[in-house]
Ligand binder design. Structure first.
Ligand SMILES: CC(C)(COP(=O)(O)OP(=O)(O)OC[C@H]1O[C@@H](n2cnc3c(N)ncnc32)[C@H](O)[C@@H]1OP(=O)(O)O)[C@@H](O)C(=O)NCCC(=O)NCCS
Length: 332
């Protein structure tokens, strides 16, 4: 079916908690057996932001949404859809998107969450684009928001140093089909590897007595396995996107915006693909891994700082729990 409409990426926004947590805090305050040097050299992270008492996925998501609406030159009244990607919803019910909808004061419009961990924002982007392609929405707000600090085990040095909190948002608007800015979208999930990254909730079942399964109290990752998975998938997604670019006769990818997970994962993928280092947007040194918020925060920052500009073709790449992996090739 030929879409009736094209999709334009009309505005971006982001919101971060004010509390800055430098690496030193893990040793000096939490007494963890780690060091600033280990964290910097093994991950690239120098500091991250942690939610303050009043910050939640919904409050940060609402602030990011307001910024995205302002950058799009729209108001909440213009919106036809809100999708929020999060694995740390304020409540199991109602959805964080409903809280954002109330915070913005939109008309009664569809508003729902989706859960695809660090790929969540690209899954939301895909859902928003489908609503616009079919004419079901003219303006769609897509939010990635997470406060993983609330799930961390601060005695586990393998995981607690990696994550930060924040939210990013994008407004997509209908455009003439010839001006469609989304060149390619790829979404994948392999649930057979679900145990490699897990975030519990209040309803997570306790393992039956006698099984070897550990009780899931906090986020749990198998760092080494996830590292290998992330490099392999990032290489694959970059190679496929380069194929997409050639097929469309586009000038190529101007900026790569990867999920901000670990500098060594990004470096390994760049080395394997030969993708130029100077075309990559990185801010994980300041924010760590903000899960579903990572890609939209980096996209917003890239646009605000002139790292990329309108007319550029950007490749967004993400991977995470599920396991999920995803990419979007977008002309801004
Ligand atoms: C977690 C991660 C930083 C670990 O880096 P790594 O180079 O793979 O390190 P390893 O797991 O091989 O561990 C090497 C050693 O460092 C130790 N180590 C782990 N975390 C440490 C820390 N914060 N400080 C000091 N030492 C640490 C390990 O215990 C291990 O010690 P051992 O050899 O005595 O067992 C890295 O694997 C990673 O970023 N993985 C992906 C993270 C992820 O899952 N993100 C979420 C999904 S997107």
């Amino acid at each position: 079916m030929t879409p009736q409409f094209g999709v334009a990426l009309r505005g971006t926004g982001s919101a971060l908690p004010t509390r800055v947590v430098p690496n030193q805090e893990f040793t000096d305050v939490l007494g963890l057996d780690t060091s600033d040097e280990w964290i910097r050299t093994r991950t690239g992270i120098r500091e991250r932001r942690f939610a303050g008492p009043g910050d939640t996925s919904a409050t940060l998501g609402t602030a990011a949404a307001r910024a995205a609406l302002a950058s799009a030159g729209l108001t909440a009244a213009d919106l036809d859809l809100i999708v929020c990607a999060t694995v740390t919803p304020d409540l199991m019910c109602p959805a964080t998107a409903a809280l954002i909808q109330a915070g913005l004061g939109t008309r009664p419009i569809p508003a729902f969450d989706l859960s695809a961990a660090c790929s969540g924002f690209l899954y939301a982007l895909s859902v928003g684009a489908q609503f616009i392609y079919t004419g079901a929405a003219r303006h769609a707000l897509l939010v990635g928001a997470d406060v993983l600090s609330r799930t961390l085990d601060f005695t586990d040095r393998n995981s607690c140093i990696l994550f930060g909190d924040g939210a990013g948002a994008v407004v997509l608007s209908a455009a003439p089909p010839a001006d469609n800015s989304i060149r390619a979208l790829r979404l994948y999930c392999d649930g057979s590897r679900q145990e490699l990254i897990q975030v519990p909730s209040k309803v997570t079942p306790t393992p039956p007595p006698g099984t070897s399964l550990p009780r899931l109290d906090h986020i749990r990752i198998s760092g080494r396995e996830v590292f290998r998975f992330a490099v392999t998938r990032m290489v694959e997604l970059i190679e496929r996107a380069e194929h997409d670019v050639c097929e469309l006769g586009l000038p190529g990818v101007d900026v790569l915006i990867p999920h901000q997970v670990n500098q060594r994962i990004i470096d390994a993928a760049l080395e394997s693909t030969g993708f130029p280092r100077d075309k990559v947007m990185v801010n994980l040194d300041r924010y760590g891994n903000t899960s579903a918020a990572s890609v939209p925060i980096a996209l917003d920052e890239a646009l605000r700082t002139g790292r990329c500009k309108r007319g550029d073709t950007v490749l967004l790449v993400a991977f995470g729990g599920g396991l999920t992996w995803s990419s979007a090739l977008v002309t801004l």
